[in-house]
Design a protein around this ligand. Structure first.
Ligand SMILES: [Zn+2]
Length: 148
């Protein structure tokens, strides 16, 4: 575990987040002020060059939150910690579809009048987001406007 941000007794640790995405994750989680949060930005990673890291004390993500976080933390390691021990750990993978969070860049798209719905797929290093309504394909990594 990354000791730089401080070990936590109970909570969650999301490590190996693509650099720059920690902010999206914090906004998405809508944490109340009572949860202590540790954020690591631009940390050196052997696997990915630079990475972000988010730790939240006394907190668990719901299955729905894990799915939503995964669009910003594909490939990241999610760990749940109890009494300084990792009790659950897995790698986050891109969900097949995601509702509401991605805003379609096509201004004429009918999704702006509803909840958006995107199909997600990984194509080598690229992450492709396909709008269910206008069927346009977008590079997920290049997108920066989200409904979060
Ligand atoms: Zn669209």
């Amino acid at each position: 575990m990354d000791k730089k941000i401080g070990a936590i007794a109970n909570g969650v640790n999301i490590d190996h987040i693509p650099q720059g995405n920690a902010w999206h994750i914090l906004r998405l989680l809508k944490l109340e002020r009572k949860y202590p949060v540790g954020i690591g930005l631009n940390l050196i990673s052997k696997r990915m060059g630079l990475k972000d890291l988010v730790k939240v004390e006394n907190y668990r993500l719901s299955a729905e939150q894990i799915q939503a976080v995964s669009i910003f933390a594909y490939g990241a390691t999610y760990s749940e910690i109890e009494n300084y021990q990792v009790v659950r750990k897995f790698q986050l993978t891109l969900p097949e579809t995601i509702a509401n969070i991605i805003i379609c860049p096509n201004h004429r798209c009918i999704s702006h009048q509803h909840r958006s719905l995107f199909k997600l797929s990984a194509n080598n290093e690229n992450l492709v987001a396909t709008c269910h309504y206008c069927e346009h394909n977008y590079d997920l990594k290049a997108m920066n406007e989200f409904n979060i």
